[in-house]
Design a protein around this ligand. Structure first.
Ligand SMILES: [Zn+2]
Length: 293
């Protein structure tokens, strides 16, 4: 089994959390960079495999807030076919990462999906040997934006390949569908950030004077967070996406918020800064030292 790093620890105010990893997802780089010409994006992303795919991190968050154990995002999953474009190919990556932190699936109280594309909610469900599907986290409430659920369960020709029924129908009676902002605890708020999909949401962690945000699929590469016009070719509403990103990044720069980037190289945590020339620049944030209290 390939060893992947997992469990990097961070803190926002009084909230400690860990970045758990579901491996690496390989996706067509041209689709990700959209209308940006290759001669420009290949300087930011020189690494491609022989099928012109780039590696995307699958960073998820495990945190505890006010007595609740919360998993933010659920990777590509381990059902048959889920890991065809992911490495390591073995099943169990996210679940193994949680186990390393002493967390069993039954311990998780809340699962949050920023949206329901297949690389963000795969571990919502697991498949038994007889092919039957059940929720992976048997005691969890799954928090999803109401519009996202509606769109995912009524896919169209463009979205059908990524809104997979096997990730959705087994959790249909475990949902909390959020209509707009939804507070899980006073430290944890699910906030709509429209663009990648119409129901896309991010998760704000707020404690004391500090805040941070789990960005979901607001971008797939840090260069897209730095450059306003570099909007993903996967976004359903690219112009809205551009505006959403600009507003959030400006606020994050002003407040020096901690940003957790799903598809960044592990652990995908950093802060946005502004250069003397006025450009946005991502700076990686190192995890807390091992064993820090
Ligand atoms: Zn994604």
């Amino acid at each position: 089994m390939t060893t992947i790093p997992s469990g990097a620890k961070y803190r926002i105010g009084g909230v400690d959390f860990a970045i758990v990893n579901d491996g690496t997802y390989w996706y067509d780089a041209g689709a990700i960079f959209g209308i940006v010409p290759r001669v420009m994006w290949e300087r930011a992303q020189p690494e491609l495999d022989d099928r012109y795919r780039m590696p995307l991190g699958l960073n998820c968050i495990l945190l505890r807030s006010r007595g609740k154990t919360v998993l933010i995002e659920a990777g590509v999953g381990g059902k048959q076919g889920d890991r065809d474009n992911a490495t390591p190919a073995e099943e169990g990556t996210l679940i193994t990462s949680l186990a390393a932190l002493g967390v069993a699936p039954a311990d998780v109280d809340v699962v949050m999906n920023t949206h329901l594309h297949a690389d963000h909610c795969g571990w919502n469900t697991i498949e038994a040997a007889d092919g039957s599907l059940t929720p992976t986290f048997p005691n969890a409430t799954y928090v999803i934006n109401a519009k996202e659920w509606e769109d995912a369960t009524h896919p169209n020709e463009r979205t059908r390949a990524t809104y997979l029924e096997r990730n959705l129908s087994p959790i249909a009676d475990r949902l909390h569908l959020a209509d707009g902002e939804y507070q899980i605890t006073d430290e944890l708020i699910f906030v709509p950030t429209i663009g990648h999909t119409e129901g896309h949401s991010t998760v704000v962690i707020r404690s004391g004077q500090e805040w941070g945000v789990y960005l979901g699929d607001m971008a797939q590469h840090v260069a897209q967070l730095e450059r306003t016009a570099w909007v993903s070719g996967l976004d359903i509403l690219p112009l809205v996406s551009m505006e959403t990103k600009k507003q959030l990044m400006d606020r994050a720069i002003d407040d020096q918020a901690l940003l957790v980037f799903c598809h960044g190289a592990y652990p995908g945590v950093g802060r946005m800064t502004r250069t003397a020339e006025g450009y946005r620049k991502w700076v990686d944030e190192a995890p807390l030292p091992e064993g820090s209290k």
